[in-house]
Design a protein around this ligand. Structure first.
Ligand SMILES: Nc1ncnc2c1ncn2[C@@H]1O[C@H](COP(=O)(O)OP(=O)(O)OP(=O)(O)O)[C@@H](O)[C@H]1O
Ligand SMILES: [Mg+2]
Ligand SMILES: [Zn+2]
Length: 294
């Protein structure tokens, strides 16, 4: 099963190579080419693209990316989520989606849909338990496929869930894709903050607008007694925002139900739509929407 899936992905990748996908999308921009930089391309049929990023792993990027996409959909926008974490995809679990995407006649991948949000992930292509160990050109080809070979069918906004760090995938996306902005997620601990500055600098270098930072898991909320505590300090991310002159987009509390909802494939914004937790995500989506003219 897995090998058949992989085969169809590779076949599709190969077809794409011979068909020359570089011809579609925006035309090369002379200035960038003259400077030796790769041309930036738009993702087809998508109005606005934002990347949710963090230089450190496990700080809540995927949780925030998926709830942002769902919050956009809740506002009536046509929203999608693209899982660019090829080695550790989370979106299929968070969105409770599995199975192989159908292909269009032109060999484009059709996203899967749940909760009114379209989604695409490498996991749909290679299966859940396969160990993806692609390197170099294969990784690049797989990434190009996710970025340019999906038939989104018209979206107001696409949220990219990035892998942790500032490696190949992040660099490729920041260099090659026209991004309307990056949202940087951090916890208030200094190690996470130090790393997020690396992320801020990477996006700045690649001329990607930084929409701002989200502080995750600063405020612990006990689900039993409602007791609240700032276990890692309460203003670490705000301080970093001031220091680096970026917006503070909002706070997401550390709450057992946020984790629980994710584990059950029904994220907070759809699982408890009237909670203060859902409101935290929706408030962030409002800030982001303002910043990118949605
Ligand atoms: N605000 C929160 N409250 C409770 N649990 C949370 C919260 N944010 C994230 N988590 C939990 O923390 C874990 C890591 O979150 P998540 O997968 O979103 O992080 P990530 O930054 O995408 O990780 P990776 O770097 O591996 O991609 C998950 O189990 C998630 O459910
Ligand atoms: Mg993740
Ligand atoms: Zn308690």
């Amino acid at each position: 099963m897995i090998s058949r899936r992989l085969f169809s992905t590779l076949k599709c990748l190969r077809n794409e190579a011979t068909q020359g996908i570089a011809r579609s999308g925006t035309p090369p921009r002379l200035a960038r080419m003259q400077r030796g930089l790769p041309q930036k391309r738009a993702i087809k049929d998508v109005n606005k693209v934002i990347a949710v990023s963090s230089a450190k792993g496990g700080v809540g990027k995927s949780t925030i990316a998926v709830n942002l996409a769902l919050a956009f959909a809740k506002r009536g926008l046509r929203a999608g989520i693209l899982d660019t974490d090829i080695f550790g995809p989370s979106i299929p679990t968070l969105m409770n989606l599995s199975g192989e995407p159908r292909l269009t006649e032109g060999n484009k991948l059709l996203p899967l849909t749940n909760y009114g949000v379209k989604a695409m992930s490498m996991e749909f292509l290679v299966g859940k338990d396969s160990h993806v160990a692609w390197r170099g050109p294969m990784l690049q080809k797989a990434l190009q496929d996710l970025l340019h070979n999906v038939e989104w069918g018209g979206l107001d906004v696409l949220v990219l869930d990035l892998p942790p760090g500032t490696g190949d995938v992040q660099l490729t996306i920041a260099q090659q894709i026209i991004l309307n902005g990056a949202v940087i997620v951090s916890t208030p601990q200094s190690l996470s903050l130090i790393d997020s500055v690396k992320g801020i600098n990477m996006f700045k270098q690649m001329q990607v607008p930084i929409l701002g930072m989200v502080q995750n898991m600063s405020l612990f909320q006990c689900s039993k007694c409602g007791h609240e505590e700032h276990i890692f300090g309460h203003d670490g991310v705000k301080r970093t925002c001031k220091e680096w002159d970026v917006n503070f987009l909002g706070d997401v509390p550390l709450h057992p139900l946020i984790n629980d909802s994710s584990d059950h494939g029904k994220p907070t914004v759809v699982a408890e739509p009237n909670s203060s937790r859902s409101k935290a995500f929706e408030d962030i989506s409002t800030e982001v929407a303002k910043l990118i003219d949605l």
